[in-house]
Design a protein around this ligand. Sequence first.
Ligand code: NAD
Length: 732
Amino acid sequence: MSDFHFKKGADGVAIITWDVPDKSMNVMSFEGLEELDAHVAAALADDAVKGIVITSAKKDFAGGMDLNVLASLKDSAGDDPAKAVFDGIMRMHGVLRRIERAGMDPKTLKGAKPIAAALPGTAAGIGLELALATHRIFVADNPKAKLGLPEILVGLFPGAGGTTRLVRKLGAMGAAPLLLEGKMNDPKRAKAAGVIDEVVEDPLAAAKAWVLQAKDSDCVKPWDMKGYKMPGGAPYQPAGFMTFVGAAAMVHGRTQGVYPAAKALLSAVYEGALVPFDTALKIEARWFTHVMMNPSSAAMIRSLFLNKEALEKGAVRPQGVPDQKVQKVGILGAGMMGAGIAYVSARAGIEVVLIDAAQDAADRGKAYSEGLLDKAISRGRSTKEKKDELLARITATTDYAALKGCDLIVEAVFEDPKVKAEVTARAQAVVAEDCIFATNTSTLPITELAKAAKDAAGFIGIHFFSPVDKMALVEIIKGKKTGDRAVAKALDFVRQIRKTPIVVNDARFFYANRCIIPYINEGVRMVAEGVEPALVENAAKLVGMPLGPLQLVDETSIDLGVKIAKATKAAMGADYPDDAVDDVLFWMYNQGRLGRKSKSGFYAYDDKGKRTGLWQGLADKYPAQDDQPDVTEVQHRLLFAQVLEAVRALEDGVLMDIREGDVGAILGWGFAPWSGGPLSWLDMLGAARAVELCDQLTKRYGDRFAAPKLLREMAKKGETFYGRFAPTAKAA
Ligand code: NAD
């Protein structure tokens, strides 16, 4: 079975068609690369071939490198994995460089055979890097196609020449958003950015016509010509100087220096810009190897790519349950969450009935979708027709009879068990026996709420995060009696709306909130102790948390924090450990400082609700101690507050699969993505070191940092989470 097919036409054009068997999207492997190389060599050696077109038999061109292959390259390399990775990357460069040079005489730059890329659709990663090595790129006029180099998003950077070629083609400034943000563009935008050459109806025909008439000069890349100058200037030219100085600061400002790939990318760009092209490729390969060898990259690839995808594809879906795709969903409660859930459901083509107690509340819920769509239209991301189509799928009403025919109900009314029980019973009177009931509660036990349903096996938690349209994670919670069909239904629904699911067992705050609350609490507790609030916030950001704990509580609102604290205290009684936190939180609440929504919280805000800095009043009430802890100490407190909760969740059986613990943490609350998630972070640190730090923290700050039994046992045995829980941790 081969990945590339070769066909020589009577017109003298050789067509090399990429078509990886048994896959809907082409991905590159080293075997595939060798085949491609052999076909190109055969075409170049054949006098009857005048030009070559590389295309795909699938609707898209390629999704990129098979990341499993890259990971295994390192893992199977024995004693010298860096050399194996470097050699592998240089092999890739060799193949693409042979395509680029296409047999030309290196002195006269003449005699190359024209090679064009004909892309029917998406080309990502090495898919685009391969195209960039050809002499001209033709792309189908297909607005759904996405072209770009998204490697940075999984902890890598474009390492098959994409970095070097794009910078030389567009200049550092032009290439920056594509390389540093992994920005994907549709064909028209990609052409406007200068990444591709032509957007046409029939790229294969256009490419064939082009290779037949291309001249020698069409087949020489600017960087292979004498006197080539980088657009925008190289680092030691006056124009380029400013770009390169600014880029380092900008990248550091955005990434806080915690992403090895971003730094390595900058180095590859900067150093590569100072030397000839082939040396630049070697530099790119060295930095790429450096990134591949960093445990952070391996952890990011594992969580953000392999395991995320495995979860999305149903790795934890109960076996043997037939397809549970949702046709018609009833949403009870058209508030902030209900409105968001209605939008993402309708966007996925599902018919929606959105119910609230009053018609105007239901209408407001539907209007939320309208607002989002209007914004998308104004940005050119949607059309009036699509908006009308989507809105027509949402029925906003107070009439429960409209729920007839729903196969899934998602309840998102007030966080009050009585109200929830009442609406559940009302809906149940209308829908069929086999309709699955889900609740979006964030704090109430699913097993208790299930008592209001006729059939507890058909009752489940589907916990969305706010804002629903933006947040990628959905936490599915099994009550004690929840059955497999309900789990499958929830998973199939999440798949339809294109989000990433994790499935956990029922316990206070489930998984995500269970870990976030201690993070917020630890930050607030430090304020009470007299740690500088700015130190708390910056320490969090410097370790890769998207928001410091004080900003996070401002965003989620201080009254919500107070409500949760009160409920937790009522449930825990004398064991309640967070009185010190409540001192600060309740005081803020009593001052009327409720967070961003009241334009006053731990931060001060201007009239428009923009943060203007930490609120000075906090320092008057909780003066800073003279002796401030060092930043690492603050970071350890903030990180351990979260990761120990993740370990306890695993220990308690709330978390059933470590992949879900890591993927859920990054997507749910932005846990330091560079680490690959809390369990990956502990693996990097090593269980023994983690226990040692826990012991120190416990001595200084109390029992909440006590190392869980599981971690202690792993430290003793020298185990890692991904080692010990490997059978479930393998990507499906
Ligand atoms: P919200 O107050 O914005 O919306 C609740 C809606 O339910 C209101 O529109 C209200 O009119 C409606 N409602 C109340 N009683 C009703 C009844 N008897 N019949 C029909 N409609 C009724 O609240 P929200 O923030 O959307 O939260 C809803 C649920 O989602 C809660 O259980 C909450 O815990 C959970 N949740 C909230 C968040 C969040 O960030 N806000 C996140 C995850 C989960």
